[in-house]
Design a protein around this ligand. Structure first.
Ligand SMILES: NC(=O)c1ccc[n+]([C@@H]2O[C@H](COP(=O)([O-])OP(=O)(O)OC[C@H]3O[C@@H](n4cnc5c(N)ncnc54)[C@H](OP(=O)(O)O)[C@@H]3O)[C@@H](O)[C@H]2O)c1
Length: 257
């Protein structure tokens, strides 16, 4: 299948975002890759151009800074590019007791996981509305379905992403724009290390997550939960899951508490 559509992926320098970039390049989509690690992005771009003969542009941006979405939107305009599919994947978290975590870390998580994601969606969906065509994938988490004691702000941010995406899928559906919330469970990426914890022993391969996300997006699914175990997890009672979450997050935490 020949494709001339362009997909913008935030957080494409590692983990799920990097695997999404590979999957979309395999399917002949052109790409705009965004993250703070420009060298990693350039390296990935050169591999993808070579392996799949697609156009790949890279943008270095810290998405946890206020105004980041507008900055990226303007950059894309200045490159004369059109975003047909938007993937808001970049995200971060931290484990620990809420009262002990620095306020600046909470703000970084909220800005990146919710505010930039929301502003990116607003700016790029307006363009999609004009064209009456487009697709948006927002990366939430299985954590969106229950509270996450010991990682409270992160789980709450993902509950926001899920609710926001479900609401917009109805609003934007009138304009032929689909919105999909991807809800992965534990996945073997840099996420855990950056959040101050070890990976779950059964953490999923990010490639599997990216393949499930691609299938879901292309088939206009509203919510994608990769893996059977995760599909069961999100159906368990919230109270039970939040107790399990508390124990698990504390056990996996790298700092001794
Ligand atoms: N891994 C899991 O267990 C898991 C489970 C559920 C949901 N998720 C979600 O999946 C998404 C992808 O995470 P991942 O697991 O693939 O983790 P990852 O390997 O740490 O990748 C995170 C990506 O986000 C980018 N990023 C982080 N902070 C950024 C910032 N301030 N500005 C721009 N880019 C930034 C990183 O790039 P740079 O560092 O180069 O900027 C990186 O490319 C996140 O939204 C995460 O919450 C992960």
């Amino acid at each position: 299948m020949e494709n001339k559509e362009t997909v913008l992926i935030t957080g494409a320098s590692s983990g799920i975002g990097l695997e999404l970039a590979k999957v979309f390049a395999f399917h002949k989509f052109d790409l705009i890759l965004v993250s703070r690690s420009i060298e990693k992005l350039k390296e990935l771009a050169s591999v993808l151009k070579n392996d799949y003969e697609v156009n790949v542009q890279v943008i270095e941006y810290d998405l946890s800074k206020s105004g980041a979405a507008k900055g990226i939107f303007n950059k894309v305009k200045s490159m004369n590019l059109q975003v047909d599919m938007l993937i808001n994947n970049a995200g971060t978290g931290i484990v620990g007791f809420f009262h002990e975590i620095e306020e600046s870390k909470d703000l970084e998580i909220m800005q990146l996981n919710m505010i930039t994601l929301t502003e990116m969606t607003k700016l790029f969906s307006r363009e999609m509305i004009k064209r009456k065509r487009g697709k948006i994938l927002n990366v939430a988490s299985t954590g969106a379905f229950s509270p996450g004691p010991f990682t409270a702000v992160y789980y709450a941010s993902k509950a926001y992403v899920l609710s926001f995406s479900e609401a917009l899928s109805i609003e934007l559906g009138q304009y032929n724009i689909t919105v999909t919330a991807l809800c992965p469970g534990a996945t073997r990426t840099n996420y855990s290390k950056n959040a101050g914890k070890k990976d779950m022993p059964n953490a999923m391969n990010p490639r599997r997550v990216a393949l499930a996300a691609y299938e879901g997006l292309i088939n206009n699914k509203k919510i994608v939960v990769p893996g059977i175990a995760n599909k069961i997890l999100i159906r368990l009672p919230k109270r039970l899951v939040s107790k399990i979450n508390f124990k698990t997050q504390k056990k996996l935490s790298i700092s001794k508490r």
